[in-house]
Design a protein around this ligand. Structure first.
Ligand SMILES: Cc1cc2nc3c(=O)[nH]c(=O)nc-3n(C[C@H](O)[C@H](O)[C@H](O)COP(=O)(O)OP(=O)(O)OC[C@H]3O[C@@H](n4cnc5c(N)ncnc54)[C@H](O)[C@@H]3O)c2cc1C
Length: 598
């Protein structure tokens, strides 16, 4: 049984087939070869178009198929578990169009939705060469023309799909004085611009997602019609900050997919390597490392999924949740990949060796992933920017915690993974949350509920998390608002705040979601995954709980063996891992014992 939100991802998996098998449209071997050549993954992207994935980038209300943000989360994660370059290159169209879903008139959004669904490529041009994430410093100008159109001048740089894309959603300065009302979005159709008024910039060579089209675009008096403007004149920054809440949450899916790929590759390789008479994966240290990494993957997933769902039930608080996801998921996953890389040892570093001797990584798959994933923490507002956003919310978060402000109806509905969600209401998005985060603020009450009605060891972990959250909020309360030079201590407090949000997420899901169809008993019964994840969170908060993640090792191995997504949800994959295990075991049985364990 597959839960509804995962059905589009499940269909995509079936259509794409086993990525271990060379020759498929999105096979690991092809991805590695394209990466070596720094070549764009044309075939995989064309296949995703053919399978209708772009229509999932368009909200149903504007003519597409997307009803819930959670559907998109799962779709993007299964693309990312195959190849991050493909996920980033293809998924960029959602980012290029999302400003329209947030701010365009319905008619304009529908027209753009039709272009997205038809396979047009969109890019999102926020960044400029000298300004990084400081959007208020943007220098590309849009001067109003008689008749309501604009004349664009200047350069956007480090833009994904700027060269391949037909449409570029440009954030441009429309008031020379700048400021929060000084920027406007223009949805530019390159085909409609006068010749000679624009040019694309050369591809930038990157050490990750090497095949992607990371380039830029320069405008020289490029004139657009009045229909290019997205939202009101001067509303660009507000639309950008709201749209980023959706895209930052989606970045959690890139990390969850990458974490799946890293763990699966490690298990593929090390379950075949024998040391001391048993597979390396069965050594006590390996078991612990693998279980810890699985717990971190589940944390990324839990935080990403609950935050995606909360976009439709606690919409006005998404500024906080999206910043947490964008900081936490890439940070956990970078750490997880590093830890698995150490476990793989030379296998993570060496290129293919003839015959796969020494268990070397086929196609250099792991080192590609390691490079690719570093990008996730950088774009769409880097890690520091997202922590800064949490710091900016400090007084609201402290007040919400002190008053116990929780919008329970929205939280309970988001955290019941089987509950249908209300439609996404874009008018409820807010640049800053006025009520903090119901998710984190629910932590003390969630801990009380678990104490009343949960397993004692979970109650102990939940109580410790609630206490830790109190201490973190006390540190946030010490922060004196500073618009620019934010003290280092405030960033550390924001990091710990994100961990409290993660702890609350696990408990909210536990309290509201009952195990059963679509949510396997081995993880959900007796709160196995919740306890493991809380132990990881509390260890990071400096708490020695004595609780380990060891109980996750069995569920991890059984998912790997049966070829299932490494997830809180049941999702069978087309990977023929079970058959490979059987072949290997049969092969081992035929060989003399000494050789089989070598
Ligand atoms: C592969 C790739 C694809 C990209 N695609 C796109 C795209 O499609 N569209 C687009 O618009 N942009 C894109 N970008 C640009 C990217 O979004 C920006 O470069 C990024 O958001 C800004 O990060 P930065 O590292 O350049 O940091 P900057 O903002 O330039 O900051 C530099 C450093 O200053 C420090 N710093 C910054 N802010 C703070 C703070 N508040 N407090 C303390 N320290 C701080 C940090 O150490 C930071 O690393 C892409 C970039 C890459 C690498």
């Amino acid at each position: 049984m597959i839960l509804d939100a995962l059905r589009p991802a499940a269909r995509l998996e079936t259509a794409l087939g086993d990525p271990h098998v060379p020759g498929g449209p999105c096979a690991f071997a092809a991805s590695a070869a394209l990466d070596d050549a720094e070549a764009f993954p044309e075939r995989a992207v064309a296949e995703l178009d053919r399978l209708g994935v772009p229509s999932w980038y368009v909200p149903a209300v504007f003519g597409g198929r997307l009803r819930d943000q959670e559907q998109l989360f799962h779709l993007v994660r299964v693309m990312a578990r195959r190849d991050l370059t493909v996920a980033v290159a293809h998924g960029k169209t959602y980012l290029g169009a999302v400003s329209a879903w947030v701010g365009a008139e319905p008619g304009q959004a529908e027209a753009l939705g039709a272009r997205v669904a038809a396979g047009d490529v969109f890019s999102w041009a926020l960044t400029e060469r000298d300004h990084g994430s400081d959007l208020l410093a943007g220098e590309v100008t849009a001067t109003v023309l008689p008749g309501g159109g604009h004349r664009l001048d200047g350069e956007k740089w480090l833009i994904n799909n700027a060269t391949r894309g037909r449409w570029v959603c440009v954030l441009a300065r429309t008031d020379p004085a700048g400021g929060p009302r000084g920027f406007t979005f223009l949805m530019v159709d390159k085909h409609a611009l006068p010749d000679g008024s624009w040019r694309t910039l050369p591809k930038v060579h990157t050490h990750g997602i090497r095949g992607a089209d990371i380039s830029g675009i320069a405008f020289h008096g490029a004139e657009t019609g009045p229909d290019a403007r997205v939202g009101r004149q001067g509303a660009g920054l507000e639309i950008a900050l709201k749209a980023l809440q959706l895209t930052r949450t989606l970045c959690g899916a890139l990390s969850a997919g990458a974490a799946d790929h890293a763990l699966r590759t490690t298990l593929d390789l090390l379950s075949r390597q024998h040391r001391f008479g048993r597979p390396v994966t069965e050594l006590p240290l390996s078991r612990r490392d693998l279980a810890d990494c699985y717990a971190d993957l589940l944390l990324c997933e839990a935080v990403g999924v609950l935050t995606s769902r909360s976009a439709q039930t606690l919409t006005g608080e998404l500024a906080v949740g999206s910043a947490v996801v964008k900081y936490l998921a890439p940070t956990l996953t970078d750490g997880l990949i590093g830890r698995l890389g150490r476990m793989l040892g030379v296998r993570a570093l060496t290129g293919p060796v003839p015959g796969g001797a020494y268990g070397t990584c086929p196609d250099g798959r792991f080192q590609k992933l390691q490079r690719d994933h570093r990008i996730v923490g950088m774009f769409d507002g880097n890690t520091v920017v997202n922590l800064n956003l949490l710091v900016n919310h400090a007084s609201t978060l402290v007040r919400g915690h002190r008053d116990g402000t929780v919008r329970w109806a929205g939280l309970d509905r988001a955290a019941d993974l089987r509950a249908p969600l209300p439609p996404f209401d874009r008018t409820a998005l807010a640049v800053l949350s006025r009520t903090g985060s119901s998710i984190t603020q629910a932590l003390p009450e969630l801990a009380r509920r678990v104490r009343a009605d949960g397993p004692p060891d979970l109650a102990d972990l939940a109580g410790r998390a609630a206490d830790a959250s109190g201490r973190v909020h006390a540190r946030l309360a010490e922060h004196v608002p500073a618009p620019r030079l934010v003290p280092a201590e405030a960033f550390r407090a924001a990091e710990d705040y994100a961990l409290c949000y993660a702890a609350a997420t696990c408990l909210a899901l536990y309290v509201n979601t009952r195990p059963g169809l679509g949510l396997s008993a081995d993880l959900w019964q007796d709160a196995v995954w919740v306890k493991a994840c809380l132990a990881r969170v509390l260890a990071r908060l400096g708490e020695d709980t004595g609780h380990t993640t060891d109980a996750l090792y069995g569920p991890l191995l059984s998912r790997h063996r049966s070829g299932a997504l490494l997830s809180l949800f049941d999702l069978p994959l087309p990977d023929r891992t079970a058959a490979r295990y059987r072949d290997r075991e049969a092969d081992g049985a035929r060989r003399p014992v000494a050789e089989a364990v070598r």
